[in-house]
Design a protein around this ligand. Sequence first.
Ligand SMILES: Cc1cc2nc3c(=O)[nH]c(=O)nc-3n(C[C@H](O)[C@H](O)[C@H](O)COP(=O)(O)OP(=O)(O)OC[C@H]3O[C@@H](n4cnc5c(N)ncnc54)[C@H](O)[C@@H]3O)c2cc1C
Length: 393
Amino acid sequence: MTHDLPPTVHADSRELVESIYEAVDGVAAAYPRATFLKRAREKGDAAELWQALVDAGLLAIGVPESLGGAGGGLTGNTAVMEALARAGIPPLLYSLTSFSREAIIRYGSEQQINDHVLSTLSGERKICFGVTEPEAGTNSFALRTTAKKTDDGYRISGQKVFISGADQADHILLLARTAAPGEKLTRRTGFGLFIIDLSTPGITLNRLDIEWYAPENQYEIFFDDVAVGESALIGEDGLGFDYLLDSLNQERVTIAAWALGLGNVALEKAVVYAKERAPFGKPIGANQAVQHPLALAKAQMEAARHVMYAAAAGYDSGLDAGGQANMAKLLGSKAALAAVEAAIQTHGGSAFVYETDVVTLWPMIRILQIAPLNNESILNFIAERVLGLPRSS
Ligand SMILES: Cc1cc2nc3c(=O)[nH]c(=O)nc-3n(C[C@H](O)[C@H](O)[C@H](O)COP(=O)(O)OP(=O)(O)OC[C@H]3O[C@@H](n4cnc5c(N)ncnc54)[C@H](O)[C@@H]3O)c2cc1C
């Protein structure tokens, strides 16, 4: 069976991507969208979904075979996320864990890869991701969480916010300032990237009440003079911000997959409804005013999907995929938003009935215009780094 793969899925990866789609069909049968929504409404957790991913071997995708994973690179990660989102069950923690693993694979020691990457394959380790702070927001340079050097490690103090899945994860990948007060901060100085056990004394969690439909919750996390050993630091002290930026292209593409998968759910539902609903005796889908927004969203999603898989293929071949990865996130999130908007309009009042499960797609797609990085900042990147325009103030 083929899954309508765009030509930008590299020839070497097509078989793998097909097999990922089939594996996800099995996961979705065990954990359908209805369960996903039920757990979301209960403010529950995604433990069963995670276990289904482990059982299907999907957590091994994206970890190089040389390290004991199943390989597949970013193309593989993208396919896993896209297929899960197309099934209406995108696990946020998958995106966070696979992104965190990428930073550790690139810059961590052999021991850290063993402890924190390979242990994710069996589901034993789940990693959440802590960058955002209440005051600093998008401006990570302004973050205040500090990691002060001690004789045998660091002491961490500060606060993170909006940290997804912190209750389900056992570790957090944390960006903190290691610079002494007054020391200059740049991309290459003053920050450390840490992998920290969330059960370490001094860490407390406070759940936020976020209006969306996902089985993962968001948390404020407080670090009160938390002692961690040297082994918590990834790579070199000072370079944490640089490591983070270097690994972000992976995240951008995975987010595009998440958005586009959900956009596809919205569009498919709208097409079915537009063929059936006939308040004037003929299906509403026979009206071009109903057709055109759906057709436009389809075209926009198809274009974004091409860029997404091209970015993944570029990344996997070692090219600088920054431009395409950012474009994929921008175009994918916007196309998905166009799809869900058109789906809501097509469904009329029914879109707002919980059981119809249309408006329930909107908050997650809408948040992807803002998180993990807002689309304005993505446009800033494209303007400055791709077009070479002067840096905006
Ligand atoms: C459901 C959810 C899950 C999340 N999960 C995580 C997580 O797991 N880990 C984590 O670290 N963070 C997480 N976040 C945080 C998320 O990454 C931030 O919300 C996001 O980066 C934006 O930061 P902010 O909310 O402080 O917005 P602000 O920085 O206050 O920005 C507000 C708005 O201002 C505009 N803006 C900001 N900067 C610029 C600019 N440079 N140029 C032009 N316009 C700009 C944008 O429109 C932006 O939406 C999550 C957020 C949500 C809602």
